[in-house]
Design a protein around this ligand. Structure first.
Ligand SMILES: Cc1cc2nc3c(=O)[nH]c(=O)nc-3n(C[C@H](O)[C@H](O)[C@H](O)COP(=O)(O)OP(=O)(O)OC[C@H]3O[C@@H](n4cnc5c(N)ncnc54)[C@H](O)[C@@H]3O)c2cc1C
Length: 479
């Protein structure tokens, strides 16, 4: 894919694009393109291709590339994770027709059934209003638990031990900071809402394999050889986004010496709606409330460890694993039972240099991946969708116009940069043994423990991004 894009970009810059339409010239230029990366070409100021050039290099020679050769949509989206599905609904509410190309969205899908996502998501603040406005909240409310409080416990055993800090939602005039929602029913609820929405078309595919933005439109090709032409492409195809790469959007990527292990379980003592985050030298160990079930109380756990220790914990039998969790919790939730299946996630970071460019808008992990500290990842993804809908609302013209993608990218920039820096600092402050950083962290927690005003300010910072709240996130009703 990159070759074709590269060829076109070279063509756009040198003025050769339209002269290379005839065979066998494109094949020759593909060879040249193989030696250039997309980034290099953009760095030289290469211009996007015209539709005619895209046609010449993207379309297989045995297939006509005209109105008969591909399907049309206003907006086409690759990927159907929680951030993407929510964005599809949001963009549909902004008056656009959206075609979603992804595995696991069709009734009799081509792709193997979606692997069940064992994670739960603490959807904070305005994220619940977003789900309400998208018609999804009523589908997941019954399996969600309110977060009435967040407790931080310093478990580093360092020389500077900080006091416990408890943030209570009531202290900030709220019933709850948000709700903890299991990912599997959340995605199922989003998918059901998308299926019922006449402006959203779901197309099952093994994946989008190529994308080609041009000056007039953007074409996505699926693994099954179908072509979709639209004015705007939404890249919601996760961290290894094919569509992001085709738009020439660069990323910074890094990894942490940490793996997160997730599991849900029942327990004998109530959690009282409080999520508890133990700050340990290898990373946080966080329990998050789930609704009581017929056996009693339940919680989900995100346990961040070194990769070796996480592998050892994954391999433990259930009884030994329960003992390990109970030991860490020190009796906080009583005796554990009904242990669910475990999954692990190596921790990585990724940040795209922009979220909108060349008829492509990035959503969710295609734009940003952050470690699971402070429950920010999908909350950021939800804010992406709401901001994109805002950039498109009331629009009569071209949804992929640079005015729209630039407006969207500007709206997301401050939130993304501030969260990336904040979360990375928090995580590294746990990992480091540097005395001054530990002292600063401890002093910060001391101040929070003793000052309701500081606690309220920290909560507002954690729940509300800088800048105006998009219409789709405006509070609807206290839930
Ligand atoms: C342990 C852990 C705990 C977390 N807890 C929280 C939390 O409490 N709160 C919070 O806000 N966030 C949390 N997160 C982050 C959150 O889970 C992610 O941000 C979220 O799942 C990302 O959703 P997404 O839709 O962007 O990406 P994904 O879920 O990765 O979806 C991408 C989709 O694209 C599809 N796809 C991939 N390639 C292609 C292709 N080529 N063509 C078409 N489709 C394609 C995939 O099949 C998939 O459906 C946590 C993360 C981890 C690791």
């Amino acid at each position: 894919m990159q070759y074709f894009w590269a060829v076109g970009a070279v063509g756009g810059r040198r003025g050769l694009a339209l002269s290379t339409v005839a065979e066998p010239a494109p094949r020759f230029f593909r060879q040249i393109g193989a030696y250039c990366s997309v980034d290099t070409l953009y760095a030289f100021g290469a211009a996007p291709m015209t539709d005619a050039t895209v046609a010449s290099v993207l379309e297989p020679t045995d297939r006509p590339f005209g109105d008969t050769g591909h399907r049309h949509a206003d907006v086409v989206m690759a990927g159907a994770g929680p951030a993407g599905l929510a964005a599809a609904l949001a963009v549909a509410q902004a008056g656009q027709r959206v075609t979603v190309l992804a595995p696991g969205v069709g009734p009799a899908g081509l792709a193997p059934a979606r692997a069940i996502d064992l994670r739960t998501t603490a959807v904070l603040g305005d994220g619940i209003a977003y789900l309400q406005r998208l018609g999804v909240w009523e589908r997941v409310a019954a399996v969600s638990a309110p977060l009435a409080g967040i407790r931080l416990i310093d478990d580093r055993n360092g020389w500077f031990r900080a006091p416990e800090v408890l943030f209570r939602a009531a202290e900030t005039g709220r019933v709850a900071f948000g709700y903890n929602i299991p990912n599997a029913p959340l995605v199922a609820g989003l998918l059901a809402a998308a299926t019922e929405n006449a402006a959203v078309t779901l197309i099952e595919t093994r994946g989008v394999v190529r994308a080609a933005p041009s000056t007039e439109s953007v074409v996505l090709e699926t693994q099954e050889g179908l072509f979709f032409r639209a004015k705007l492409a939404i890249a919601a195809d996760g961290r290894a986004s094919v569509v992001r790469a085709a738009a020439g959007i660069r990323t910074r990527e890094w990894s942490y010496p940490q793996t997160a292990l997730v599991v849900s379980f029942g327990h004998s003592r109530p959690h009282d709606g409080i999520s508890t985050e133990f700050h340990r030298a290898v990373g946080p160990f966080t329990t998050v409330p789930l609704p009581d079930d017929r056996w009693g109380h339940a919680s989900s756990l995100v346990w961040v460890e070194t990769p070796d220790e996480a592998a050892r914990l994954m391999a433990l039998g259930d009884d030994a694993f329960v003992v390990a969790v109970e030991r860490r919790l020190g009796g906080l939730l009583g005796r554990l039972r009904n242990l669910g299946p475990r999954a692990k996630f190596p921790l990585k970071g990724l940040m795209a240099t922009t979220t909108g460019r060349n008829r492509v808008a990035l959503i969710g992990e295609a734009a940003h991946v952050v470690p699971p500290i402070g429950a920010q990842g999908l909350n950021l993804g939800f804010r992406d969708g709401a901001a994109l809908a805002e950039a498109l609302s009331g629009l009569n013209g071209d949804p992929g116009d640079a005015v729209v993608t630039t407006r969207y990218a500007r709206a997301r920039a401050a939130d993304l940069v501030s969260r990336e820096i904040g979360i990375d600092l928090l995580n590294r402050a746990l990992l480091t043994n540097m005395a001054p950083l530990q002292a600063m962290r401890g002093l910060g927690l001391h101040a929070l423990a003793n000052s309701p005003t500081l606690r309220r300010a920290a909560v507002e910072m954690g729940l509300r991004p800088p800048g105006p709240v998009p219409a789709l996130m405006q509070p609807l009703a206290e839930v």
